[in-house]
Design a protein around this ligand. Sequence first.
Ligand code: GRF
Length: 194
Amino acid sequence: MTSPKTKTAIFISGRGSNMVALVEASKAADFPADFALVVSNDPTAAGLEWAASQGIDTLAVDHKTYGKDREAHERAIDAELRARGIEFICLAGYMRILTPWLVEQWSGKMINIHPSLLPKYKGLHTHERAIEAGDAEGGCSIHWVSPGVDDGDVIAQARVPILDGDTPDALAARVLKEEHKLYAATVRQILTKK
Ligand code: GRF
């Protein structure tokens, strides 16, 4: 019998705590994604080891090998995704700006998590910027990946209060807890609807 679950890859560049949250959620029998592959552009990403310990296939394609040819790096990854029958991609702390080529290949099949309430604070240092602006709330967003950085349609958001005396690290930790819940819930919702 073929699996009704969507064969999904998670892209990481570092510790991979969102990846862990997704994989843990997928242990529920009715979860609609099968996280079949974890991809990293950094062969030393800590999350790769955890994924392997769970019996998940891992793939490290070091972007440094490709110099400035970002598309060649992505074509190498894309070929592996196709060879493995991957149908959907969750970016989870993947710290490369994607080329329009890859975005086009996976249009409507690739989502990202970003640690701000988009459209505010695209890019880096989101928590620092939210505190500096005097915002009352921070949060995270899941969005479809489009050619602009952190620019695609927002699918879901979670909010947390910004407290007096908050540091970027304290706020990041508060938001991260919400990221873990929101990412799993959103993947469940999107892929159940498919
Ligand atoms: C998260 O804050 C995510 O929103 C951002 O990068 C961070 C990755 O953290 N895109 P982790 O590797 O999932 O722990």
